[in-house]
Design a binder for this molecule. Structure first.
Ligand code: ATP
Ligand code: MG
Length: 391
C-alpha cells in the first residue's frame, strides 16, 4: 500500500441529529461527490463509521478538496491525514516529516492514539510512547504537555491502514443540503439576502433563487452582481437554479397609480405574490428573505405583516433578530460582503419613496392595490422569467 494523503470525516464529526442516519449519510455523500467535481478524481467510501476521501491520482488537488469540504454542511470537523502501512516502522518514519511544519512552530505537543484494529501488536499507550519518543528525538526543542499541548499528533490504527494527522479542521456544521427540502430565496444585490440563503442552506434547505430586475432602471451589471453573490452562496448550498423576474412594469404602474408613501410596501407585496408562484412551480415549500426587524421602513412589524399577507407560502426570515453588524460578520466570512457593497442600483432603491409609511394599514394597502390590474401584471412578469443555473 502506498503512503497517501487523504481526508477523513469521522462519525462524531457528522452533525447527525434526529434524522434517519442512512438518508443523512447518503445525501451527504452525494453532496461531497458533487462538490469535489472539478478538483480532480477522488474515491469516496464509508467504513467503520468514517468517510474516507482519497485522491485517485496525482492530479487530484487535496488543498482545493479541503477548501470545498470545509463548506459542505453536515460536517462539523474533518481531518487531513497521511495513510501509511499498518506497521510501527512506517508510522515512526513518517509522522515527524508529515507534521514537520506544525511541530517546528510549536513548543509543546501530545500524541494521541486510537486502535480500532485490535489485532495491531501495540496498545494505544504503547503507540503514544513510541511516537512521542521519536518526535522528541527529531525535534529536540519540543516538550510533551498532555494537558494543554500546542499541537496534537493523532495516530489511528484502522482497517485499511494507519493514519497520522494533526488536530481536526473546522467544518461548516449544519445539516446536509437537501435533507430539509427546498425553498425560494428572494435575492437582491444587498448584504442581507445572500446571508439569509446561507443560513437556511445550513439547516439543510436546498435553494432556488428568485431575483427581481427592473431594466432599464437596473443594469445588466446589477444582475451579474447577483449571479456573483449566488456563486459564493453555492459554494455552501450547492448549485442554485436562478429565476430572474422582469419587474419594471409592476414598479412603473405602482408609481403611476398608487400613493408614493406606499410604493415600497406594494412592491414588496408583488414580490411575495410572484415569488410564491415561482416557488410552487419549482417545488419550494417556503420563501426566504433577508428581512430584519426595524432595519428599514418596510421592515417594521406592521410593514412585515402587510408583506407576509401577500405570500401564499411560509416566509422564513433567518436574520429577523440580528443586527447589521452581526449580518456583516457572516457575509465577510462567506465571501459575499465585498460583492454586496459594489454600487449597482437595485430595483428597490430606484423607486424609494421620500416618506415611506412605517405603519401601513392593511385596508389602505388593499385599497391602493385596486388601482392596479394585478393579475395581468403578475401574468406578464411570470411569462418573462429567465432561467439559469449558478454554481
Ligand atoms: P438586502 O440586503 O438583502 O437587499 P435590505 O435590508 O436591503 O436587504 P430590502 O431591500 O427592503 O432590505 O429587501 C428585503 C428583502 O426583500 C431582501 O432581503 C430580499 O430577500 C428581498 N428583496 C429585495 N429586493 C429584491 C430583489 N430585487 N429581488 C429579489 N428579492 C429582493
Ligand atoms: Mg436591498
Amino acid at each position: 500500500m502506498e503512503t497517501q494523503e487523504i481526508l477523513l470525516i469521522k462519525n462524531g464529526e457528522l452533525a447527525l441529529k434526529g434524522l434517519n442516519r442512512g438518508t443523512f449519510e447518503d445525501i451527504l455523500m452525494k453532496n461531497i461527490r458533487r462538490r469535489l467535481r472539478g478538483a480532480g478524481e477522488f474515491s469516496l467510501r464509508k467504513a467503520q463509521s468514517t468517510l474516507y476521501i482519497e485522491p485517485k491520482d496525482d492530479a487530484a488537488d487535496l488543498e482545493e478538496a479541503c477548501e470545498r469540504i470545509s463548506r459542505v454542511f453536515g460536517i462539523s470537523a474533518f481531518s487531513r491525514a497521511l495513510r501509511v502501512e499498518k506497521e510501527m516502522a512506517a508510522i515512526l518514519a513518517s509522522a515527524g516529516d508529515y507534521l514537520r511544519e506544525q511541530l517546528e512552530g510549536a513548543h509543546t505537543f501530545k500524541v494521541d492514539a486510537r486502535r480500532s484494529d485490535k489485532a495491531f501488536p501495540l496498545t494505544s499507550p504503547q503507540i503514544c510512547a513510541a511516537v512521542g519518543e521519536r518526535l522528541l528525538n527529531q525535534f529536540p526543542h519540543l516538550r510533551v504537555d498532555v494537558h494543554r499541548p500546542e499541537r496534537l499528533v493523532m495516530v489511528e490504527i484502522r482497517d485499511f491502514g494507519a493514519y497520522i494527522h494533526a488536530a481536526q479542521l473546522p467544518g461548516a456544521g449544519g445539516m446536509p443540503v437537501g435533507t430539509g427540502g427546498r425553498a425560494a430565496l428572494l435575492i437582491s444585490g444587498g448584504i442581507d439576502s445572500p446571508v439569509a440563503g446561507y443560513m437556511m442552506a445550513k439547516r439543510g434547505i436546498e435553494l432556488t433563487a428568485v431575483h427581481f430586475a427592473s431594466p432599464p432602471y437596473t443594469s445588466e451589471r446589477a444582475e451579474e452582481k447577483v449571479v456573483s453573490l449566488l456563486r459564493e452562496v453555492a459554494g455552501y448550498a450547492g448549485s442554485i437554479e436562478m429565476r430572474t423576474v422582469p419587474f419594471t412594469h409592476i414598479q412603473e404602474d405602482i408609481r403611476r397609480h398608487c400613493p408614493e408613501e406606499l410604493f415600497t410596501i406594494l412592491m414588496r407585496r408583488y414580490m411575495m405574490r410572484i415569488a410564491s408562484q415561482v416557488a410552487r412551480q419549482e417545488n419550494c415549500a417556503a420563501l426566504i428573505t433577508g428581512e430584519s426587524v426595524g432595519q428599514v421602513a418596510s421592515q417594521t412589524l406592521p410593514a412585515l405583516a402587510c408583506t407576509e399577507d401577500a405570500a401564499s407560502l411560509p416566509v422564513l426570515r433567518p436574520l429577523i433578530g440580528m443586527d447589521k453588524e452581526e449580518i456583516i460578520v457572516i457575509s465577510r466570512r462567506i465571501g459575499t460582503f465585498d460583492i454586496s457593497i459594489q454600487p449597482y442600483e437595485d430595483c428597490c432603491t430606484v423607486f424609494t419613496p421620500r416618506h415611506p409609511r412605517t405603519r401601513p394599514r392593511m385596508e389602505q394597502v388593499v385599497e391602493a392595490e385596486q388601482a392596479l390590474d394585478g393579475d395581468a401584471l403578475i401574468a406578464e412578469a411570470m411569462s418573462g422569467i429567465r432561467r439559469r443555473t449558478v454554481g
